[in-house]
Structures are given as C-alpha cells and as structure tokens.
Design a protein. Sequence first.
Length: 235
Amino acid sequence: MKARVYMTPAELDLALVEGATVVVVDVIRATTTVVEALANGARAVYPTASTEEAVKLVASLGREDTLLGGERGSLKVEGFDLGNSPSEYAADVVGGKRIAMSTTNGTMALAAVRDLPRVLVGAFVNLGAVADTVREDPDVIVVCAGRMGRFALDDAVCAGHLLRRIGEGRELNDAARAAWNLAGTVKPGAKFLATTEAGRAVIAKGLADDLDVCGQVDRHAVVPRLRDQALVVGG
C-alpha cells in the first residue's frame, strides 16, 4: 500500500495516478469552505479554474438556484454572491443551492484533477471522515493546493495529519514522509494557522475569524467527492 503527497498541483504527474484515490487539500480556505457548504445542505459545488468559467457555468446551470462563490486576493470577487469564508456558506444561504466556485488556489487544484475517477476533498474540518473513507484504499495521493504555486505549510501539516489518521505501514514518498514528520510536531488550530503565510494574508484582510473554522478538527463527517465535474456528498 502506498501514500504519496504532492506539495503543489504542478508536481503531480497525472500519468502516474491511475487507480489512486486523490485527496485535494486547501485548508485556508477553499476545501474547508466546500466541506462547510455541503455540510450545510448545498446540492453541489462546481470548482472552476477561473472567474470567467464560473460565470459561464452559472449561466448554463440557471441563476435561480445557483450561486457564485470565490475570491481573488482573499476577498470576494466583485459581482459574486459569496466570497471564500466558510461562515458565509450557512444553511440558510446555500441550502438546496448549487455553487460555482473559483478561488486562487483550491479550485485551481481541483480543476487540475477533475477528470480523474476518484477525487475527494479534505481539510482539518473533515480529517477523520476522509481518513475513514480512504483507509482501505491501496494507493492514496494527497495534493496540496499550495499558495500561488508554492509550498503552503498549512496544507502540508494537514496532509501529514491525514496520513497519521490513515495509519502506518504504507510506502511513503519523500513529501509524504516530510508531511508525516511535520504533523508530529504541529497541532492543528487557529493559533497555528495564524503563523502561516496564508493565515497572515487572511488576517491582513480582516478575516481572522475564518481561521477559527479552518482550524477545527473533525467539525464535520462530510467527504465531498467529484461526480461529473461537481463536488457532492455520497453517490
């Protein structure tokens, strides 16, 4: 059995992932927000690689029951209904809705792997549920969204904690071993997230409360998975 970690999507060779379960992680904040949205009753979240793609998708799906969500520079895109703060995706806002989402890092990572057969979404908020889902899978790949194409400490630590939850006995690549060791020294939580580059950027925009949600471990038992280009629960 194997477990591999890639610290950015650019490191992933799609030709080498046949048969693997892929878990995409963007703790601050896209995958946390996706989990929150689906846990609060959203029908589906459609990750898009650009704001233009999101707008076109909403036009095709129908504006009456589809919301636009996402950010650039940590702030809500002008004209969008929602930003990328998990607290915005409350049940009374997203319940029964579809969401077309575009973010700087997370949805870009999801878009890069959306044609693969088994893609899940992970974060601290659903750590245990993801671990339970993939524990018996022979080959698990964790793709960290990173930050602007570079290493992101928050995603790497989350990947490491996920591997530790899955358990020992797997063949690890070097990045997976590094993530495992990082997780052994770093406790998840808002305090840790505030020390990261991504966390500091969110705080600078007046969104420090987002880290309180992003740092919560096992907040939800929801495991979003890609089905027909959409993130859904179950199926």
